[in-house]
Design a protein around this ligand. Structure first.
Ligand SMILES: [Zn+2]
Ligand SMILES: [Zn+2]
Length: 281
């Protein structure tokens, strides 16, 4: 099992501890590699995204940690970049020009109107109450319509590029599964999910196996039922905890590796000396 994590949040966004605290935890638990992926700046302020003004300090702080702890841990600086639409995503010059080690592309928001402002966003990663309100207001109460929109946005994110890793690629099911009409096996769910997986494979992107809710809710993203399909398509994966607290750095890792093995994976893709390499599980 690889002791690495490339998806984590610290006080530069909505993480609850300093970057150095995460590094110390990783070192004390024998980690080989550790990456930060703060929530990228957005065209509007939220409580969980970092602000553009803090970017230089973020980059400097991780650089400082690389120097201070480099002999004990490989430290990397990344970002979790929101795909909002064709005008705001990881492919725009602002993100392309940042000196990052890698970029995770994630969808938390679906714009329902312009301008790109918080009040025009459907958030798929918040409370079920807000989620249900959005489905009622913008999708005629039909969860299938939100699912279609989510995977359409995911497909565009993969097509648009500027990312290395697709983050929590099917998180739409976290709240979606609470609907009676929701069905992971139905065509309307399977077909767009499959289209995304095929495009990921074609583009040669990686997919993270996100364990944030594995212990807490027995949920993995992608859903554990689909891991074998990623394996069949030859999509490289790594296990990420998406932690916001240092003591959750390693949460769900062992279980996720067991699921990967069962699904047929023989390796995960890891950053070694700054290069992605396949390492045997
Ligand atoms: Zn996320
Ligand atoms: Zn995250």
């Amino acid at each position: 099992m690889q002791l690495s994590n490339y998806h984590s949040h610290c006080t530069f966004c909505d993480g609850r501890s300093t970057a150095e605290d995460f590094v110390k935890f990783a070192i004390s638990h024998g980690f080989r590699a550790y990456g930060f992926s703060s929530h990228s700046p957005l065209p509007f302020e939220t409580f969980w995204n970092m602000s553009k003004d803090d970017m230089p300090e973020y980059l400097m702080e991780i650089e400082r940690l690389k120097k201070k702890y480099g002999d004990q841990l490989e430290i990397y600086v990344g970002l979790e970049i929101d795909f909002l639409d064709e005008t705001y995503n990881a492919s725009i010059p602002y993100f392309r020009n940042l000196p990052l080690d890698y970029r995770i592309g994630s969808i938390h928001f679906l714009p329902v109107a312009l301008p790109l402002a918080e009040e025009n966003m459907v958030c798929i990663d918040g409370s079920f109450r807000d989620y249900r309100n959005s489905v009622d207001t913008y999708y005629e109460g039909d969860i299938r319509k939100l699912v279609a929109r989510y995977f359409d946005s995911t497909l565009k994110m993969i097509e648009t590029g500027g990312i290395d890793i697709v983050g929590h690629m099917d998180k739409i099911y976290m709240n979606g599964q609470k609907y009676e009409a929701f069905d992971l096996e139905a065509d309307w769910y399977q077909k767009p999910l499959d289209d995304c997986l095929h495009l990921i494979a074609e583009k040669g992107l990686m997919v993270e196996v996100n364990t944030k809710n594995l212990q807490k809710k027995q949920e993995l993203y992608p859903h554990h039922d689909y891991l074998h399909r990623l394996c069949e398509l030859g999509i490289p994966v790594m296990v990420n905890s998406d932690c916001h607290y240092p003591d959750l750095v390693n949460d769900g890792r062992a279980e996720a590796f067991e699921l990967l093995k069962k699904a047929g994976f023989k390796s995960t893709r890891e950053l070694i000396g700054g290069k992605w390499e396949d390492v045997a599980i």
